[in-house]
Design a protein around this ligand. Structure first.
Ligand SMILES: [Zn+2]
Length: 349
C-alpha cells in the first residue's frame, strides 16, 4: 500500500503579504526535507496532484455568497478580510485545490487505492467558518472532506483529531450539532491564544452533545501531556465511537520553537502522536487516515515534522532529530486535572 502526498504548485502562489508567517516558504521547507530524506524516490510514497473541489461539495460547509466573495476578491487581484487574513489573485484557486486535495485523498483511501494521505496544502482551513474567512483560512478543508465522506460515501462516524496549537473553531462549529462527526481538539488554552475558544465546556449541542471534546492545554504543555491525552482520552474515545474514517488537522505550531505559540512539543512528541494515530486507524478503520496541514511557523520544524509524518504514514523508519525539551510539573498536573474534567463530562468516556 502507498501513502499519497497531496501537493499542487498553486499552494505556494497564494500569499497574504510579504513576510507573513503563513507564507509559501512553509511548504517549500516541507518539500525540501522530504526530498532530502529520499522520500520522493521511495515507492511507498506517491505524489498526488489534486483537482479543484466542486462548489457543490464546498457549499455543504460554506455559504454561496461568501465563496463568491473570495472569488471576486481574487479576480480583482486581492484584498483583506482582516489585518492578518488576505487574498491575492491565486487564493481562490489555491483554496479550491486544497479542499479538492482532501476530497481526492479520502476518495482514494476509501477506494483502497492508497492506505492513507497527507494533504500538504495552503491555505489552511480549520479556522474558516460558514461565512467567515478567519485566522489565515478561507475554505475548511478537513470539514469539507468529513462532510463529503458522510454525504457522498454514506459514512456515519468520522473522527477528527486536531493537534494544531490553535483551536479548530471552524471545524468544531461545522459539526457542533452532529453525532456523525466526533471532533477532538488538543490546543493551547484559548485564554492565552487565538482564537480564544475551545474550552472543556464546549461539548456540542442537541444530537451532537458529547461529540465535541476540547483539551485546552496549559502554555508549556508538551510530550508528556500529549502522551497522557492520547492514553486517557483519544484512544478510549476511538474505542467507544468506532470511527469509520480518521481525519487529522496537523499543526506543527504546537512545537516548542514555534514563534507564534507557547506549547512545548518536540519532534519526538509529534512522532509519538502520529504513530498512535496510525495505530488507532489500523485498529478501528482498517488504516483509513488522512492528515491535513494547518499551522506551523518555524520553517525547520515544518520540514522535520512533515518529513516525520510522511515517514510514519508510509512505513519508512521515522528519523530522529534528537531534540530535548521537558515540560514543567505544573503543566503535567494541569493536564491531569483537565483530562479528569473532560472524562467526567463525556458520555463516550
Ligand atoms: Zn495553528
Amino acid at each position: 500500500m502507498v501513502t499519497d502526498l497531496v501537493y499542487h504548485d498553486m499552494f505556494v502562489k497564494h500569499e497574504m503579504s510579504a513576510g507573513h508567517p503563513e507564507g509559501p516558504d512553509r511548504l517549500k521547507s516541507a518539500m525540501n526535507y522530504a526530498e532530502k530524506a529520499g522520500l520522493f524516490e521511495d515507492e511507498r510514497l506517491n505524489l498526488f496532484t489534486p483537482e479543484p473541489a466542486s462548489l457543490d461539495t464546498v457549499y455543504a460547509i460554506h455559504g454561496k455568497r461568501y465563496l463568491e466573495g473570495i472569488k471576486e476578491k481574487s479576480e480583482k487581484g486581492g484584498g483583506f478580510y482582516s489585518l492578518d487574513t488576505a487574498v491575492n489573485s491565486y487564493t481562490f484557486e489555491a483554496a479550491l485545490l486544497a479542499a479538492g486535495g482532501g476530497i481526492g485523498a479520502v476518495d482514494r483511501v476509501v477506494a483502497g487505492t492508497t492506505e492513507n494521505a497527507f494533504v500538504l496544502c495552503r491555505p489552511p482551513g480549520h479556522h474558516a467558518e460558514f461565512e467567515r474567512a478567519f485566522g489565515f483560512c478561507f475554505i475548511n478543508n478537513i470539514a469539507v472532506a468529513a462532510s463529503h465522506l458522510i454525504r457522498n460515501h454514506g459514512l456515519s462516524r468520522v473522527m477528527i483529531i486536531d493537534y494544531d496549537a490553535h483551536h479548530g473553531n471552524g471545524t468544531q462549529n461545522s459539526f457542533y450539532s452532529s453525532d456523525q462527526v466526533l471532533y477532538v481538539g488538543l490546543h493551547q488554552d484559548g485564554r492565552t491564544l487565538f482564537p480564544g475558544s475551545g474550552f472543556p465546556d464546549e461539548i456540542g449541542t442537541g444530537e451532537g452533545k458529547g461529540y465535541t471534546l476540547n483539551l485546552a492545554m496549559y502554555p508549556g504543555a508538551g510530550d508528556k501531556s500529549y502522551d497522557l491525552a492520547f492514553k486517557k482520552v483519544i484512544e478510549p474515545l476511538a474505542e467507544s465511537f468506532k470511527p469509520e474514517f480518521i481525519l487529522v488537522s496537523v499543526g506543527f505550531d504546537s512545537h516548542y520553537k514555534d514563534p507564534l505559540t507557547s506549547l512545548g512539543l518536540t519532534t519526538t512528541g509529534f512522532a509519538m502522536m502520529n504513530s498512535r494515530l496510525k495505530q488507532i486507524a489500523s485498529k478501528e478503520t482498517s488504516g483509513k487516515l488522512t492528515c491535513f496541514l494547518e499551522g506551523g511557523y518555524n520553517l525547520d520544524v515544518m520540514g522535520m515534522c512533515a518529513q516525520n509524518l510522511l515517514e510514519e504514514l508510509s512505513g519508512v523508519p521515522v528519523s530522529e532529530f534528537n531534540e530535548h525539551h521537558t515540560e514543567s510539573e505544573t503543566c503535567t498536573q494541569y493536564t491531569e486535572a483537565l483530562i479528569e474534567q473532560v472524562t467526567k463530562t463525556s458520555p463516550l468516556l
